[in-house]
Design a protein around this ligand. Sequence first.
Ligand SMILES: Nc1nc2c(c(=O)[nH]1)N[C@H]1C(S)=C(S)[C@@H](COP(=O)(O)OP(=O)(O)OC[C@H]3O[C@@H](n4cnc5c(=O)[nH]c(N)nc54)[C@H](O)[C@@H]3O)O[C@H]1N2
Ligand SMILES: Nc1nc2c(c(=O)[nH]1)N[C@H]1C(S)=C(S)[C@@H](COP(=O)(O)OP(=O)(O)OC[C@H]3O[C@@H](n4cnc5c(=O)[nH]c(N)nc54)[C@H](O)[C@@H]3O)O[C@H]1N2
Ligand code: SF4
Ligand SMILES: [Mo]
Length: 729
Amino acid sequence: MDTTRKSLSRRGFLQASAAMAATAAGVPGIKNLVSTAHAKGSAPQAPISSHYTVCDMCFNRCGMIARVQNGRVVKLDPNPKFLKSRGMICARGNAAIEQLYDPDRLKTPLLRKGERGAGSWQTLTWDQALDHIAEQFTRIAEKYTRCGIMFSPGSDMQSQFLNRFAEVFGSFNITSHETLCLLSKNRAYLDTFGETPYADILYTKYIIIAGANPFEAIITPDTIDLMEARKNGCKIVVLDPRYTKTAALADEWYAIRPGTDMAFFLALTNVIVEERLYDPAFAAKMLFGLDEYTAHVRQYTPEWAAAECGIPADDIRRIAREIAAAAPTAMVYPGRRSSDYEDSTQIRRAMAIANALLGNWDVPGGILAAREVGVRAPYFEVPWYDDNPADRIDHGMAPGLIHHEGSFKLMRDAIIKGEPYPIKGWFTFKTNFMQTAANRRKTIEMLDHLDFVVNADIVMSDTAWYSDLVLPSPSFLERNDPVSALQGSSACACAVWRDAVVPAMYESRDMLWICTELSKRLGFPESFNFTVDQYRKWQLEGIPEAYEVIKQDGVYYNPSKVYGIYFDSPLKTQAKKIELFNQRYAHEGLDPMPVYKAPRRKDGAFRLVVGRTAFFTHSNTNNALLIEFKDENTLWMHPGPAGRLGLRDGERVEVGSAAGKVELALRLFEGMEEGTVYMATGFGALSPGQPLVHNRGASIAEVLEDHADFISGNMAMHETLVTVSRRGA
Ligand SMILES: Nc1nc2c(c(=O)[nH]1)N[C@H]1C(S)=C(S)[C@@H](COP(=O)(O)OP(=O)(O)OC[C@H]3O[C@@H](n4cnc5c(=O)[nH]c(N)nc54)[C@H](O)[C@@H]3O)O[C@H]1N2
Ligand SMILES: Nc1nc2c(c(=O)[nH]1)N[C@H]1C(S)=C(S)[C@@H](COP(=O)(O)OP(=O)(O)OC[C@H]3O[C@@H](n4cnc5c(=O)[nH]c(N)nc54)[C@H](O)[C@@H]3O)O[C@H]1N2
Ligand code: SF4
Ligand SMILES: [Mo]
């Protein structure tokens, strides 16, 4: 593998950008810009063409204009017409150029020789690679049925092709990174409002943010809107065991004890119902189970909650009165990642119920349901295979499993056990479970039960490193992608597609091409007999005007009404109202209203929590520009407990849990709740193919124990208790 690093340094990158000329060839509607160097009379530079694209450095998909000179992408700018990202691209978006020209890119298909993870590879042609996959899939399907292969498409505009492929091939066992991400929150809101909501932050006047960090974990437009709302006088209250960037910009920050948010929200709603601070007309029309809920939360007083969560009772009472006074232009931020606790669905339901009592449904500054953009998934036939098992492997293992997502945590356990049936193959695309799923050793143990693992990535991730066959993918700047409907807040629901800005480099091939070629070898070519442009036109059949608009502006907005759409329609819950009391839960033996259970505690142990940094996306850390911000992760700990353990800032410590043990440097930080420790994700890579993070810092996936949210099956990543000691002590 080529590990020489010839790409631009950050300083060079900034200088090149500053001196850059831009002309508008290729993009209608973008004004010609003139090079500053040229304007000063220096030698004319090669012309620069501009091309719409959509960033893929994280799932937000912000609109971009790529500037190309001499066939190379030289600068990325925000697309000013792209409302969702409000004309912004972040540091990671800018660093996409480094991702494109990264010398560590995968270049050809590679077949493992020798042990998994030993690093011996043979170069294959694409024909050989595709024949090999077809042969292995056929062999596994014949012996273990078609469900014997698991498919894991990551977050990508082409993931729908791998989904379609899996369905036609005949496997029910599809799962995605979402089962490590937001399923608890989705489950909670589906089971309360009948919808997964969007937050109208721009207009809100009071917001409680608990278990989210939008000034670092960037979500568009929420992050930008929160900044704007703050300027407009919105009060921000943050509950986080860490003093995050969001906490730093908030009006109030509480270092809540991890795992006790439900206590806070039960007490908050106790004050709202006891003092009748809700709108009675809204309650009568929209809420189901208010009487039961009022009786239920009587026990959860602010004084009781204070003892659990560490936030003073007077503050809880005051915050409840303040937010109720600001309602309905007020909210508890629904958040996104909720792969936290075994009780996360119920914790998020307590937050959803607080929103219900604020009456903020479908109004400005409140909680809005997704709007129809009008993009549709083209219909296709799915064959029936008689010998397949009845259902997906994790069926019935969590009462609120979201069927098309499943649960990676429960599937991995089932594969290791071999029950209810064996899975022997795995196709992963653009996802890196070795780093992002809790308990790396268990992922390796699962691999020991698999005969064939194929992975498509742009670099040799840890998951690729442990695969049998690795396929080189083009980065987002090199491919033509289908239409994607984006929400963010419902006010900016839009449709986009992506055209290649530069041709695909090396031997990289996109997922549509791979699925098309495999479908020919596996006997269902009719399922992939289209070009991406034909597919886009099918997707846009309901909104044909969008096709030309996307070409012209790089984005299409569906100018539909934003507020008050669902106010007079029955909700999609069983009661057709907002369910404070969930009848289905009661029927299934689950708590119909959230019941507080104190988190586990152990003397001398700390709770390890996860969370992101502004300049990396998950495990995408091997980027020469971004690594300049932070080149190693550290263990964050409050100086109080560190002093009691005799640990000093900067020294190497061992962090151990029931899952594993790692070693890294200690960072003492006053802004930590005393029982909590934290480390960033994406370091301590096993793969030498990621030289900037290979064996650098430590992998949190090695120490995180794998627990699941009891209701949704979502990974629960804050359930790990660790001990911390001096290295070698
Ligand atoms: N410890 C810890 N674990 C976590 C989290 C955390 O905060 N801490 N967060 C959780 C959450 S919310 C999520 S969403 C998941 C995310 O989990 P993953 O989806 O596994 O996350 P990434 O690390 O982004 O992995 C993406 C992989 O895709 C590759 N890639 C990037 N671009 C392309 C491309 O264009 N084509 C192809 N084929 N590959 C590409 C990257 O090289 C990388 O290997 O992680 C979860 N796990
Ligand atoms: N820069 C950047 N932006 C991203 C991503 C990225 O990787 N990098 N990933 C994107 C993705 S996939 C997602 S899902 C979103 C995630 O967006 P968020 O959910 O906002 O992200 P996290 O960083 O996981 O924030 C969780 C916060 O909860 C805190 N916390 C831990 N335990 C508790 C607790 O018990 N109670 C409370 N109240 N707080 C607790 C953690 O310290 C952390 O600050 O971000 C997205 N945006
Ligand atoms: S938030 Fe940043 S990395 Fe994510 S899509 Fe937008 S510009 Fe790209
Ligand atoms: Mo996520």
